[in-house]
Design a protein around this ligand. Structure first.
Ligand code: DGY
Length: 328
């Protein structure tokens, strides 16, 4: 029997993807819930055909060197792939794939949930009940913001942004503004959306939901300057990547109440450091990056990632390959 190629999976992932992989490869799985260190990752990657990585694994030239020339495919178990040096992989003709679509609805649901949590003081309310401080029904207590008919600003109108917009425009009859690299005539006709410049979106939206990828152009897109033009009652939600927001600037804005509240499913770094002052704020709801954490989404992601590596084994393009950047 011919020797089977080996893949290294950097964490336990749902079994449908693992079973698929096992039907084609020798599968080595990192057994711990915490990620392998850089050294451990490099050591386990030696001689593999494929890597199945998470958004928390930096996949750079050093890791590709450690893996050696056998490495032909990297399947990220995420839609975002800012953890991978795609240019370097491209230079070495290593295929790179991700898991688009599988998590669109799951992540959009978390964004909508964070909007509600931020608008209606879920965090303070839950803490009040837990601390046995719920003494009476308060006519003036924990007053929040109404959403109906307000303006929703989607920063980055991709698949997840569109799913959030469908829920919030459909359910709350919100007016829709968005930023995007290209026009979205379908969104305009379906949801009455309008593509606007960033400044207009930030200064006129009541709810701002971030859905851009993280790249040098979007790093700290939300900083002191952009926060300063938001409405004092604005709600800011981020389910994309933590690095899009300058967290120190956000802390100051929330503390000074120059915006109303924020809901974050992503931070920079992750996990949020123990001494992060964002945790102390009553108007900041923080989740531990659970956007895609549903049974269906995570099972589907595991199958997509496995199929990406299997296609590479068969000399075919990955079914969910990421677009290769232009060679510089
Ligand atoms: C992704 O896949 O990029 C998401 O952030 C995971 O929740």
């Amino acid at each position: 029997m011919s020797k089977r190629e080996r893949v290294f999976v950097t964490r336990q992932i749902p079994s449908p993807g693992i079973e698929l992989l096992r039907s084609h490869f020798e599968v080595d799985i990192w057994p711990d819930p915490l990620p392998p260190s850089r050294e451990q990752l490099q050591s386990r990657a030696q001689g593999v055909f494929g890597l199945l990585t998470l958004l928390s694994d930096p996949v750079d030239a050093a890791l590709m060197d450690a893996a050696g020339p056998s490495l032909r495919g990297i399947a990220n178990y995420a839609v975002g792939y800012n953890n991978i040096d795609v240019q370097e992989a491209n230079r070495r003709s290593i295929a790179v794939g991700n898991t688009p679509d599988a998590l669109t609805d799951a992540t959009a649901d978390i964004a909508v949930g964070l909007v509600l949590a931020a608008a209606r003081h879920f965090q303070e309310s839950i803490l009040q009940v837990r601390a046995l401080e719920w003494k009476t029904w308060e006519p003036m207590g924990l007053l929040g913001l109404d959403l109906k008919g307000k303006t929703l600003g989607i920063l980055g109108m991709g698949r997840i942004g569109a799913a959030v917009a469908r829920t919030m425009v459909g359910g709350w009859k919100m007016k829709l503004l968005y930023t995007s690299r290209t026009d979205k005539p379908q969104i305009d006709s379906e949801l009455g959306g309008r593509r606007v410049p960033l400044e207009e979106l930030l200064s006129t939206s009541d709810v701002i939901s971030i859905h851009t990828d993280l790249n040098p152009g979007t790093k700290h897109l939300i900083d002191r300057d952009t926060l300063s033009i938001m409405k004092s009652n604005a709600i800011l939600v981020n389910t994309a990547r933590g690095g899009v927001i300058d967290q120190e600037a956000l802390y100051d804005a929330l503390r000074a109440k120059t915006i109303f509240a924020a809901g974050l499913d992503v931070t920079d770094p992750e996990p949020l450091p123990n001494d992060s002052r964002l945790r102390e704020l009553p108007n900041c709801t923080i989740l531990p990056h659970i956007g895609s954490a549903t049974f269906v989404a995570r099972n589907t992601m595991s199958i997509m990632a496995a199929n990406n590596l299997i296609a590479t084994l068969h000399g075919q393009p990955m079914p969910h390959g990421v677009p290769m950047p232009k060679q510089s």
